[in-house]
Design a protein around this ligand. Structure first.
Ligand code: PHE
Ligand code: ZN
Length: 849
């Protein structure tokens, strides 16, 4: 077993840096195998600490020379950095190092992607570029000179001098090293401009490889919308003369908010109707906004240390969700976010990888860019806003920006701003940041003499390192409906602060039906004994779109579980409720599509575990298939009508209304392909003029078992488009039968276009594999073995992406002894690999623990 424990870093050990940086000058002489990086750094002793231990991070660097105030020095160098004798007074450090971007397959630091140079420094990648105090509480002004023959050379801030073979950049805003970026290559730009509300003109560019310039317009429009929205809603203006976005094909994550030079995974920026789906357009708009919003929440105010990651990520996710809700449908955004939260964050919170929104220790920070830090971090902010109200939230944010601009801040700073604005004591609320695990809230009702009482009990199960939890503040939005479906109590916010607490509603004429956790007002699991008649009633009548959808979801889950556990037939009442939903023309078609979507296989597996059962992934898969057949049969006429009614005429538009119609029509198409052998899907495939329609048709054809020809045609049509081919890979894995999934994955890895070096391509196959629960968890164990084989291979190239993919195994303890043994074997095989990365070793260690 790898020992990674010796390297654990603790929040409680935080100590301020011994030296601060006033300014940094960097010169890059670019060459694929031997780039020279010269640094000139002005250090001053930190008056805030007595320590004078001078340490610079540095990894995989060849030190060529170093000097202090012009005198050559010979520092003591280790694998992690260097130490050196320095004055207890301001001094200038100069060094020259050599690095090899062409050999950097980890995609961290300076690396090459399709002939272009680019960087990725968050969280600790800058130390692979030069020796530096690579920690976010050291903020400095950077000046950069790039030397190469490449036509485009970019860095942070505003452009300075440039000429044949060089370009200079100066960033006036002090920043931590993780926000440093450099790009150089043969790039073309789609340009635009934005005038800020105080009248400053900003040049905007989206830089891409030649050939992709036709796919930039949507990103540019999204950027302008984001800039305007942040001015209007948060009063935040942009602060440089130029804002550059670059699309990179090989990237571990979605995108990165480097100051003035955002670097994007090309999948998160390139868009065209022919190659991108509605979901892609929505995601691109959201990621552009997210990275742009970081300029204030992340860059101007950054994190003191990496334990505070949620300070920037939770807040920025919350802001981008608000933006999407404003640009599109608020209810649909909320419902899809909850589906995502439950599918990824609840799953994480419920297993060996559970950790608090603000973790207290880590081995490798890259392993903490998680659904908990991001998505639960955003939920915590949503709760805070609900508790203090919109007005106080706005005031607190103004104070946050005023008080902490230029700071490397903490969660304590963040909460203090709310305490000072509202006079509220947030010490109990703070448990949301320190306690891991998803609270379960059970609710009982009582009815007597016109008084209705709801009694809530909260508890949170133990998580790794946290056996006992204290009650949290849980905002629970509640409304009440009368027997005829009218709302008799509009939404009101109950604040649950005790382990057990009751709330009463008086003066009611009849016993109401409660609508609880409206808008999903807190990230908790609500346990309520109720029957399907009440769920169908809420699905039909609830005025809160989230609770309305949630009622349908609970109904579907119950019906599927009864099919699974008791061998029941598809429930007629459920099919009737779906029929009524389809018939209700007042509903947003995107909402209807969400009601028609069944709970995921993973969701059902967890529901079985909650009921004390051991899930059988193949049986779960079969039951969902059976239910979909029953839906297709029972609703066929209505689905045909919905399909026809929701065809969107005219040229493709990516807006929410058009996308909503397509979502419903394509949901109908998927079901109808179970009735007609794929005839309608084939027609749609043959006539589609956009990727949403084409991909949905291909998917429906695969469902009908009639997709072979279309798969070939699709490949022939799109073989030169990397992002579209990713879809082609994924779709085949997603549609593979349980017993055939591992073989399908194996076959695809032999396709000439498969490569481990491109994270998008690897994830297209293996990410889809992990999502195909019945295939991955097939009782043959082939899925586990194959995944382990490939993670072992990938780890040598790209530890970060390998470690993230290990989460496919995180639910292993819910399965039977045979599967557990097979998984353990696979995980131990990975762990035994020689030179396994720290990233992967930490993940496997935690999962097995
Ligand atoms: N900070 C980036 C974001 O949230 C995510 C990221 C993390 C990207 C680490 C690269 C590496 O937008
Ligand atoms: Zn972010």
């Amino acid at each position: 077993m790898k020992d990674v424990d010796g390297r654990t870093i603790y929040l409680k050990d935080y100590a301020p840096p011994a030296y601060l940086v006033e300014r940094v000058e960097l010169t890059f002489v670019l060459a694929p195998e031997a780039t020279r990086v010269k640094s000139r750094i002005r250090f001053t002793p930190n008056p805030g600490t007595a320590s004078r231990d001078f340490f610079l991070h540095g990894e995989e660097l060849k030190l060529v020379s170093a000097s202090v105030d012009g005198q050559a020095v010979t520092p003591a160098v280790t694998d992690e950095g260097l130490t050196c004798e320095v004055p207890d007074a301001p001094f200038t450090w100069e060094a020259e190092v050599e690095i090899a971007p062409a050999r950097n397959t980890a995609l961290e630091g300076l690396y090459m992607s399709n002939g272009m140079y680019c960087t990725q420094c968050e969280a600790e990648g800058f130390r692979k570029i030069t020796y530096y105090p690579d920690r976010p509480d050291v903020m400095a002004v950077f000046t950069v000179r790039i030397e190469s023959e490449l036509p485009v050379m970019l860095s942070n801030g505003n452009p300075g001098a440039s000429g044949a073979g060089f370009a200079e950049w100066h960033d006036p805003w002090p920043k931590p090293a993780y926000l440093f970026a450099l790009v150089a290559g043969e790039l073309v730009n789609h340009s635009g401009s934005f005038t800020t509300r105080s009248g400053k003109d900003v040049e905007l560019n989206v830089w891409v490889r030649p050939g992709d310039e036709g796919k930039c317009a949507f990103a540019m429009e999204s950027l302008k919308k984001s800039m305007k929205w942040d001015e209007e809603v948060y009063g935040r203006e942009y602060d440089l003369d130029i804002f550059n976005i670059v699309a990179v094909d090989d990237f571990n994550m979605g995108a990165m908010e480097n100051k003035g030079l955002n670097i994007f995974n090309s999948a998160a920026v390139l868009a065209s109707p022919e190659t991108s789906t509605d979901a892609n357009f929505e995601r691109i708009e959201a990621i552009i906004a997210h990275e742009y919003f970081h300029n204030w929440t992340g860059n101007r105010i950054t994190c003191r240390d990496w334990f505070q990651l949620c300070l920037k990520e939770g807040l920025t996710v919350f802001r981008d969700a608000q933006f999407t809700a404003d640009m599109r449908s608020e209810p649909v955004k909320r419902i899809t976010d909850v589906i995502d939260l439950r599918g990824r964050q609840f799953r994480e919170d419920n297993g060996p990888l559970a950790h608090p929104v603000r973790p207290e220790s880590f081995v490798e920070i890259n392993n903490f860019y998680t659904a908990t830090v991001y998505e639960k971090g955003a939920e915590v902010i949503g709760m805070l806003k609900r508790l203090v109200g919109d007005e106080a939230y706005a005031k607190a944010l103004d104070l946050y920006f005023e008080r902490h601009d230029g700071d490397a801040a903490t969660i304590e700073d963040w909460l203090k701003v709310f305490e000072d604005t509202t006079g509220r004591d947030l010490s109990q609320f703070k448990r949301w940041y320190s306690q891991a695990g998803t609270p379960r809230v059970s609710v009982d009702e009582a009815w007597e003499d016109g008084t209705y009482t709801l009694t809530f009990r909260q508890s949170t199960p133990p998580t790794p390192g946290q056996p006992v939890k204290d009650p949290r503040v849980i905002p629970i939005a509640v409304g009440l409906l009368g027997p005829n479906g009218d709302e008799v109590q509009e939404t009101t916010l109950l604040e649950l602060t005790e382990a057990e607490q009751s709330f009463t509603f008086e003066g009611l004429a009849a016993k109401p039906v409660p609508s609880i956790l409206r808008g999903f007002s807190a990230p908790v699991i609500l346990d309520r004994e109720t029957d399907n008649a009440e769920r169908a009633f809420l699905l039909a009548h609830d005025t809160d779109p989230f609770c309305k959808w949630e009622a349908g979801r609970a109904l579907a889950r119950d019906v599927l579980l009864r099919m699974l556990n008791e061998g029941a037939a598809p429930d007629k009442a459920f099919l009737g409720a779906l029929s009524s939903t389809l018939a209700d023309e007042s509903l947003d078609p995107a909402f209807v599509a969400l009601v028609l979507a069944l709970p995921s296989e993973d969701d059902l597996a967890q529901a079985q575990v909650d009921a004390g059962l051991v899930p059988d992934p193949q049986a779960i898969h079969a039951v969902r298939e059976r239910m979909r057949d029953a839906m297709a049969e029972a609703l066929e006429d209505q689905l045909r009508a919905a399909y026809a009614a929701h065809q969107v005429p005219g040229p493709y538009r990516p807006d929410a209304d058009a996308a909503a119609s397509r979502a419903l029509a394509n949901t109908a198409l998927m079901l109808l392909s179970r009735r007609d052998g794929g005839a309608l899907a084939q027609t749609q495939y043959d006539t589609a003029d956009n990727m949403t329609q084409q991909l949905a048709a291909l998917s429906a054809l695969l469902t009908a078992g009639a997709g072979e020809e279309a798969l070939k045609a699709f490949e022939a049509q799109w073989k030169d488009d990397r992002l579209v081919m990713d879809k082609w890979f994924s779709l085949q894995v997603a549609h593979a039968e349980p017993g055939d999934t591992a073989a399908t994955v194996e076959r695809l890895t032999r396709h000439p276009a498969f490569t481990m070096k491109n994270p998008n391509r690897f994830r297209a196959v293996f990410g889809a594999f992990a999502m195909n629960q019945a295939g991955f968890h097939h009782d043959s164990g082939d899925g586990y073995r194959l995944m382990a084989d490939w993670l072992i291979e990938l780890d040598a190239l790209n530890p970060q992406t390998t470690a993230r993919m290990c989460s496919a195994f995180q639910t292993w303890r819910r399965y039977d002894a045979d599967r557990q043994a097979l998984i353990r074997e696979a995980l131990e095989r990975i762990m035994a690999k020689k030179d396994l990365s720290r990233d992967t070793a930490e993940m496997i260690g935690r999962i097995l623990d």
